[in-house]
Ligand binder design. Sequence first.
Ligand code: ATP
Ligand code: MG
Length: 192
Amino acid sequence: MAWVPEDRAPRQHEETAIARPNGLMIVYTGAGKGKTTAALGLVFRALGRRYRVAMVQFIKGKWKTGEAAMAKELTGRIDFFSLGDGFTWITKNYDQDVASARTAWAKCLELLTDERYQVVIFDELNYVLKYNFLSVEEVLSGLKRKPRRTHVVITGRDAPPELIEAADLVTEMRQIKHPYQAGIKAQPGVDY
Ligand code: ATP
Ligand code: MG
């Protein structure tokens, strides 16, 4: 009879999970596509565990995204907030952007410290840091208030080194090919 190697991988993962029940700080960064979709994949998995999820998007809503529409159908299991609209983004009014960032971050901290949520996503928070609407110090000190069991996910290009240092898990999406380079426009259901 042919020798079949024993696949212990899932059990090993399970043992690891039991050994360390702590909530993680997860960062998805880099220039390639997949940061927000990775966060949404994690949301899907967490919902399967009957976890309650909060998701904040900092981008300005050009299109209604599929995830925002689906979150509406899952109200009570995932609470979704679009907080990007108060921003001018390209520093047309820096003071207004800073004020919007403060308000948005206060909402984020309210969600992060609310122990009904086991998973909290701050999508594109890195942009707010990149444009200096919030200081990295302020964000890091807020993130320290994360309850022990809560998982927090932060996405966006150019995660600052201090955030990378503080995180438990950091993945960089690297672009190898993107349909945009061939002139193919953003696809509903794939890009938004
Ligand atoms: P996604 O939301 O698809 O996971 P992302 O969060 O990694 O993407 P963002 O920087 O938030 O990337 O950009 C969001 C949008 O820009 C998506 O529609 C995505 O397909 C598109 N995009 C991402 N990377 C690139 C790229 N290198 N060139 C052109 N468009 C891109
Ligand atoms: Mg994104």
